[in-house]
Design a binder for this molecule. Structure first.
Ligand SMILES: Cc1ncc(COP(=O)(O)O)c(C=O)c1O
Length: 381
């Protein structure tokens, strides 16, 4: 540790240097992130609540009431009534909570999820001593229902369905999956990405399936304000239909102002809650609808650009994530590296192998135009 401190101006210079080495959403070159530049009011709210801690909530009733309102609004957005939950660090933490509650409530250890599920479920199984059971995908790149049925047994604690896969933004056939779930088994929906997209696509007239608490079997949902929710990082949300199940993960917290804790994290900065509240309050459904519409317009624009180059889409985009097959002789990871050399950050999917673009609100049509010009060069088309 440094012995002596330095002048704040010099500290700032060092910070500025580090920040200048980072990429920024405003550059329009990050086409591989599920996060985006937060709303200015969210950044302000984040700063205002920077020293409040919901891990010791008795000291922070104002933050507590903001969290209650955010959870209530998110519960409504997910078509639930009397939904409870918490603002947590992100999708990973929320998914861990879902599996932790399922394990402790059922006393069982198997977790069934589609091969398209986010890697946080593998992490969660490892932490919780649970057995991951990955179900192959069907020709639509969503969970194979017959194989899911075969995987369920008396040791299944929880079945996971995806409402917006990380790789392609696809939705599992959740109602069909729900109909297979044995009594007493948990059904967790990971809508970390899709939760702030699907409801607004529905509003915009897209034909979207039920994916949320409208499905009676759904016990819990992950939805991330720091993805399409326009909040600052880190902000995820865990929502549950049955508050009493949380007692099964409760720890007594004798030296704090609350009697028990039911979150994985101890200290939880209220900044995430305030920032999420600010985004939801400032945008309302109408504002999110517009964000989603803009993202979809840019996604369709990108899809057209791909087709103009003779490239095949993996699927017509359901949400603002696009998988593009690479032509014979071009490996997606190599294409990604070559685009990176040209300062464009895209990603790849493995299921199936393809180039993957995530078209978040900071990505504009002019960015896509240049990206595809570069891609044409990389592929020598
Ligand atoms: C569907 C899904 N679930 C969970 C996560 C994990 O979220 P986080 O990185 O916020 O922990 C992601 C991240 O992209 C995701 O796409």
């Amino acid at each position: 540790m440094w012995e002596k401190g330095i002048d704040e101006g010099m500290v700032q210079q060092e910070l500025d240097k580090a920040s200048s080495e980072d990429l920024h959403f405003s550059d329009g070159r990050i086409i591989n992130s599920m996060c985006t530049g937060p709303l200015p009011i969210s950044i302000k709210a984040h700063m205002q609540f920077i020293e409040s801690n919901l891990g010791n909530s008795g000291l922070y009733p104002g933050s507590g009431s903001l969290e209650n309102k955010v959870i209530e609004q998110l519960g409504q957005l997910m078509n639930g009534t009397d939904i409870s939950g918490h603002i947590v660090n992100g999708g990973t933490e929320s998914n861990i909570m879902a599996l932790w509650i399922a394990r402790n409530t059922t006393g069982k250890r198997e977790v069934i999820f589609p091969a398209s599920a986010h890697f946080s479920f593998v992490k969660a199984c490892d932490l919780l001593g649970m057995k991951p059971v990955s179900v192959p995908l069907d020709e639509n790149f969503t969970i194979d229902i017959d194989k899911a049925r075969q995987a369920m047994n008396q040791d299944t604690a929880v079945v996971v369905g995806m409402a917006g896969t990380t790789e392609l933004g696809l939705i599992d056939p959740l109602e069909e999956l729900a109909s297979l779930i044995p009594d007493g088994t948990f059904f967790h929906v990971d809508a970390a990405f899709g939760g702030f997209v699907i409801p607004f696509l529905k509003d915009l007239g897209h034909d979207m399936p039920a994916f949320d608490f409208q499905i009676p079997e759904v016990t819990s949902i992950t939805i991330d304000p720091h993805k399409m929710g326009m909040s600052t990082m880190p902000s995820g949300a865990f929502l549950t239909r049955n508050l009493e199940d949380e007692d099964n993960i409760a720890t007594s917290a004798p030296y704090l102002t609350l009697l028990k804790q039911t979150t994985l994290s101890g200290t939880r900065c209220s900044a995430a809650v305030a920032s999420t509240y600010a985004a939801m309050r400032a945008l309302g459904r109408e504002g999110y609808r517009q964000k989603v519409k803009d993202c979809m317009d840019t996604t369709y624009f990108a899809a057209d650009k791909a087709r103009e180059l003779g490239l095949e889409l993996v699927k017509e985009p359901v949400m603002n994530v696009l998988g593009i097959h690479m032509p014979e002789g071009h490996v997606p990871v190599d294409v990604r590296s070559k685009l990176k050399e040209r300062n464009w950050m895209v990603s790849v999917a493995v299921n199936p192998q393809c180039l993957r673009l995530v078209i978040m609100p900071h990505v504009k049509k002019e960015n896509i135009e240049i990206l595809f010009h570069e891609l044409k060069g990389v592929l020598a088309l």
